[in-house]
Write a protein of this length. Structure first.
Length: 571
């Protein structure tokens, strides 16, 4: 397909739309097009190949200035549009765009940039963590410039006393070691030329293999080695022993922004911490009930140990784990129509996490497909430390990462060409992860996670999200140590220490991100309960789920208002 054909057209005019609606859609389209040009990787993730030969500029002062100016221009243009003259759907779009841009604007505050700018990468959000797998089917990228900028910002951060924790640096060094150890022909970046589609001549194959090998050998490996050596010899000795943002100059302001940007709500660290403690207490009571159902004699801690150590809960092999997830998927598919009238067209595949990042990856994750279905959505399951990938956690993990969790929410938004691109492809963590956690609560309706041990898996996952409220705020606002956070998670759930370590190190690397799950889920559940109470027998879960999903990821206040309006319409 020609590159230009990948461009997404502006959404067509819908019945009832007028001049103000047209202005709004023109703004959305122009803003999105400019953003894709500034950030080519974002276009690639959407299957837009127009800028596939570019990496884009990241981390520089010029990049920040351009993004800040674009944000201000978008807000100014939005204010020229009369919201009252828009259709109902476009009023929602207006509200989402405004809320997103205002949160983005807060991130450009000098107090926030004074800290965040000098922590450009970590072991979750750096190029080394996501781009190798992404580029394994797309081709190599010029890492040299990116590596140089990262090192420059790290050095400036060292001068200002703004540095990453030692454990984050150690994890990054390990990631670079893994990539470097692959060499040239085993490199993930060499992957695209190991197997060619039909129609590419032998001569072209030889030429491309030589070009890829040269790019990996001459550009990528030296860049990886350069930043790896800098991290090990210069940055690690200067890194801090503390793990929370409160230990950084301006760290309290940075964490307050992290809470709001991830939850879309102006919550305090104390509120989040107390909410987490109350949810942990509630879930422990439900866990006691499941323990009683299976007739286990002993304390809840003894039951956790039983769940962690009993051989029958440990997968026999990675293949057995894959086949188990595929069987769960078929069971969910058989019941999904009872709860959903909107179903995604994008196919869902189930794959193991790539070996180079499995050690620091979560137990499961989701990678979105493309709107045209040419790239499927992928549910990744982790096989690292295989005995700890307990079978009692499989059903709820599938609901979260696959159907009707991330795959439904992300695919349905992308496939809805009537939405502006920022609503099709953007979003916020509270909605995206809140929906996936909400999807876990549909286990009864979908016929999974109802057997007591599988239900314990569901409660374990919900407990994880509740503990995140306690632990994330504990680490970044209350001076908790890494060890205290790990011990808290192992004490209050049957999760393995391996998983607890990975989780805690994730919260250390990405302050506030882990709060969004439980906050989003509780918001959706509250809206559902309110709708059920108002509608009684008129409440249809298929209509409710369509109302939640059919306009993409909404900030929590916008979502609550939309459901209120939906209830009024049904009445």
């Amino acid at each position: 397909m020609p590159a230009a054909a990948q461009q997404q057209p502006a959404p067509a005019a819908q019945p009832g739309e007028g001049a103000e609606d047209a202005k709004l859609k023109a703004l959305f389209h122009a803003s999105d097009e400019a953003s894709l040009k500034r950030q080519p990787l974002m276009a690639l993730f959407r299957g837009d190949m127009r800028y596939a030969d570019q990496l884009g500029e990241y981390y520089t002062d010029a990049f920040i200035a351009v993004e800040k100016a674009a944000n201000a221009a978008d807000l100014a243009a939005l204010q020229t549009i009369d919201r009252a003259k828009l259709t109902t759907v476009n009023q929602i779009a207006y509200d989402v765009f405004e809320a997103d841009q205002l949160r983005t604007q807060k991130g450009f505050d000098d107090r926030i940039l004074a800290v965040s700018k000098y922590l450009p990468i970590d072991h979750f959000t750096g190029f080394q963590a996501f781009y190798p797998d992404f580029a394994s089917g797309q081709g190599a990228a010029p890492f040299k410039t990116v590596a140089d900028y990262e090192i420059g910002l790290f050095r400036e951060g060292m001068k200002r006393g703004i540095v990453q924790p030692k454990l984050v640096v150690t994890n990054m060094i390990g990631q670079f070691d893994n990539l470097i150890a692959q060499g040239v022909e085993e490199s993930v970046f060499y992957g695209p030329v190991k197997k060619f589609p039909e129609g590419i001549s032998t001569a072209d194959q030889a030429r491309l293999k030589t070009a890829y090998a040269a790019q990996v050998h001459d550009v990528i490996l030296p860049a990886h080695q350069k930043i790896r050596d800098f991290l090990a010899t210069e940055y690690l000795p200067a890194a801090r022993d503390s793990v929370g943002t409160s230990a950084l100059p301006g760290g309290a302001a940075l964490y307050a922004y992290a809470i709001e940007s991830n939850t879309t709500l102006p919550l305090t660290a104390d509120y989040v911490h107390d909410l987490g403690l109350s949810e942990v207490k509630r879930i422990l009571t439900e866990m006691e009930a499941q323990k009683a159902k299976v007739g286990f004699k002993g304390t809840l801690q003894d039951f956790f140990t039983h769940l962690r150590t009993e051989k029958r809960f440990q997968p026999e092999s990675a293949d057995a784990l894959r086949m188990g997830y595929e069987a769960i998927g078929k069971r969910v598919d058989a019941r999904i129509g009872e709860q959903f009238s909107l179903l995604p067209k994008t196919p869902l595949e189930i794959r193991p996490v790539p070996a180079y990042r499995e050690k620091t990856d979560a137990a499961g994750s989701y990678s979105s497909g493309t709107p045209d279905g040419s790239r499927p959505g992928v549910f990744y399951f982790n096989t690292y430390d295989l005995p700890t990938r307990y079978t009692w956690g499989m059903e709820t993990l599938y609901l979260h990462e696959g159907a009707p969790g991330h795959h439904f929410q992300i695919s349905l938004a992308q496939e809805n060409a009537a939405l502006p691109a920022f609503m099709r492809f953007g979003g916020n963590t509270a909605y995206v992860e809140g929906w996936a956690l909400y999807a876990e609560t549909l286990h009864d309706e979908l016929g999974v996670a109802v057997e007591p041990y599988q239900r314990m898996g569901g409660l374990n996952d919900e407990m994880l999200r509740a503990m995140r409220l306690v632990v994330d705020s504990g680490l970044h606002a209350k001076g908790w140590s890494r060890e205290k956070a790990i011990d808290y998670m192992v004490t209050n759930s049957p999760m393995s220490r391996t998983d607890a370590v990975a989780e805690v190190e994730r919260y250390i690397a990405m302050p506030g991100q882990a709060l969004a799950y439980k906050i989003g889920q509780l918001t959706i559940l509250k809206a559902k309960a309110k709708a059920k109470a108002a509608l009684g027998a008129k409440f249809d879960p298929r209509g409710f789920h369509a109302a939640v999903l059919d306009t993409g990821a909404l900030p929590m206040p916008v979502l609550e208002k939309k459901i209120d309006d939906w209830v009024a319409g049904v009445k």
